[in-house]
Write a protein of this length. Structure first.
Length: 240
């Protein structure tokens, strides 16, 4: 029997290039219908832009909208992509309702930042840094800005399901969604089962990104509730 890591469970830290590669391979099933074969991407929870950097290395003509609510992260993104007209930085969190919220973290600009004040005492991490941030929904933002993405990446430390729930209409025309699941979902009390039923009802197949490729999750099992950083792909059944 293969180990959990071989199956992708917990194989989600420091794997950005492999994540992008896996997402692009799934995207190859779909025709590029925007503009002149242009790929339109939402990077939700961009932090300092490592995922977007990796994507643009492979897809230099892609149009990317990177959402980052923290002041420090936004500043870093603005500096990093200042000369790239095809990258737009949006200083906002994404959720299931628009408005404002408190962003919590251990340090300014931390990759652990979350809209939930996580309890990480067992790691000797204090979540005592906070700032008020704007929150938008995917559906409202995409409709207002007339953006129709092919690919959405979501890494928002436990609030991935909120992001997706606020983008049901947008997801109807999306080809691939990459999302993270792990320990932060303990703090937000969300389970892989929630994602399974959500995507199944919208007509997506689910895959786990693993060291030797992607593994289709054809049915939900309680064994899938592995709270270690793991990346998944939701691929539309629409054209695949």
């Amino acid at each position: 029997m293969e180990s959990g890591l071989a199956l992708g469970k917990g194989w989600g830290s420091g794997t950005v290039r492999r994540e992008v590669e896996a997402a692009r391979r799934q995207l190859s099933r779909f025709p590029r219908v925007v503009g002149k074969g242009e790929l339109v991407v939402l990077d939700v929870g961009a932090n300092v832009g490592k995922w977007t950097e990796s994507l643009l290395e492979a897809e230099p003509k892609a149009r990317v909208y990177a959402f980052e609510p923290s002041t420090e992260g936004f500043r870093e993104l603005a500096k990093k992509f200042s000369t790239m007209s095809n990258v737009q930085i949006v200083k906002a969190a994404v959720g299931n309702v628009s408005g404002s919220a408190t962003l919590w973290s251990d340090t300014p600009g931390s990759g652990l930042a979350s809209l939930t004040r996580r309890k990480l005492d067992h790691f000797n991490i204090d979540f005592d840094v906070s700032e008020e941030v704007d929150v938008v929904t995917l559906d409202e933002w995409c409709e207002f800005n007339e953006v129709s993405p092919n690919l959405i990446k979501v890494d928002v430390e436990g609030h991935e399901l909120d992001v997706l729930s606020g983008g049901v209409n947008t997801l109807k025309s999306v080809d691939v969604v990459q999302f993270e699941f792990g320990g932060c979902n303990i703090d937000t009390r969300t389970y892989f089962q929630d994602f399974w039923y959500f995507f199944n009802q919208l007509g997506f197949k689910l895959y786990r990104v693993a060291p030797r490729g992607v593994l289709e999750i054809s049915k939900y099992r309680e064994l899938d509730e592995a709270f270690r950083t793991t990346n998944f792909l939701a691929v539309s059944r629409r054209k695949s």
